[in-house]
Design a protein around this ligand. Structure first.
Ligand SMILES: [Zn+2]
Length: 79
């Protein structure tokens, strides 16, 4: 495995980890469709990305980004 990050449960920890590795701008393995709790639907084009409507930050590590279930919420405008 690449970085031992696949077990992180907390969205803010994921954001910090991915940022520290300088990978926040990477595209995910799969461009998942996110259905935000605010009702907005958008496509995840980067591993850390805010909802365009409510700014909720979604985060996933690059190596676990193939699985939708690994995408975590980190809080409003955390990124
Ligand atoms: Zn939203």
């Amino acid at each position: 495995m690449c970085c031992g990050c696949s077990s992180m449960e907390d969205g803010q920890a994921v954001v910090d980890h991915v940022r520290n590795k300088g990978k926040a701008e990477l595209p995910p393995l799969v461009e998942h469709e996110i259905q935000c709790e605010c009702g907005e639907v958008f496509t995840l084009k980067k591993v850390i990305m805010n909802c365009p409507k409510c700014e909720m930050t979604y985060a996933v590590t690059p190596c676990s980004s193939g699985d939708f279930n690994n995408i975590k919420r980190a809080g409003i405008a955390y990124a």
